[in-house]
Ligand binder design. Structure first.
Ligand code: GRF
Length: 203
């Protein structure tokens, strides 16, 4: 299964996906890394892994529709079957989302439905939660919303800072994103409305 990763930044989740996909029995290959941000380090990671990298700079397009048309064109050029959003900082329109319905994953650094949007670690600390974590979900038009595939939970420790908590969560992101992708790519996710069922999982 051919997977394109869309990223805007450093791309540690991209790296986790690249590393996982290097295993011979992994059910997906990364065919493309696409970024909206010309200097982003994710491009360097793609280059080092021998994966095509493409920049589509949103500032070169008059509106979201034309920006996304170009993204869609390039995705198809590389035979993309599944999209992984990995720190991609542009909001996607619902028409783009419907083109890739149930074939687009996102990773979010919170236990959804808690803390959609930005600054999730700070908000988890401020809310006094004693657990926090990360989620991989299928993308729906609403921000950080959609059927959950995998979540990982971490403890919030008494002397945690935004950084220390964020690091603990990020380590788990790198585990659950490849796992969620392998489930989707191997056809083991059944989607019914807002719910997913993993074939072979109890219940
Ligand atoms: C991660 O925290 C991810 O959960 C969020 O954006 C960040 C991307 O980090 N969606 P990286 O570029 O993968 O290191």
């Amino acid at each position: 299964t051919k997977v394109a990763v869309l990223a805007s930044g450093g791309g540690t989740n991209l790296q986790a996906l690249i590393d996982a996909a290097a295993a011979p029995d992994f059910p997906a290959e990364i065919c493309l890394v696409l970024t909206n941000s010309p200097g982003a380090y994710c491009l360097e990671r793609a280059r080092q892994a021998g994966i095509p990298g493409r920049v589509i700079d949103h500032r070169d397009y008059p509106d979201r529709e034309s920006f996304e048309r170009e993204i869609d064109l390039v995705l198809r050029e590389y035979g993309t079957e599944i999209i992984c959003l990995a720190g991609f900082l542009r909001i996607l329109t619902s028409s783009f989302v419907s083109l890739w319905l149930d074939r687009m994953l996102n990773i979010h650094p919170s236990l959804l439905p808690h803390f959609k949007g930005l600054h999730t670690h700070r908000r988890a600390l401020e809310a006094g939660h004693d657990t926090h974590g990360c989620s991989v979900h299928l993308v729906r038009p609403e921000l950080d919303d959609g059927p959950l595939i995998v979540q990982a939970e971490v403890p919030v420790l008494p002397d945690d800072t935004e950084d220390s908590l964020g690091q603990r969560v990020l380590t788990r992101e790198h585990v659950i994103y490849p796992l969620a992708l392998s489930l989707l790519a191997s056809g083991r996710i059944d989607v019914a409305g807002d719910e997913t069922r993993i074939d072979g999982a109890p219940g």
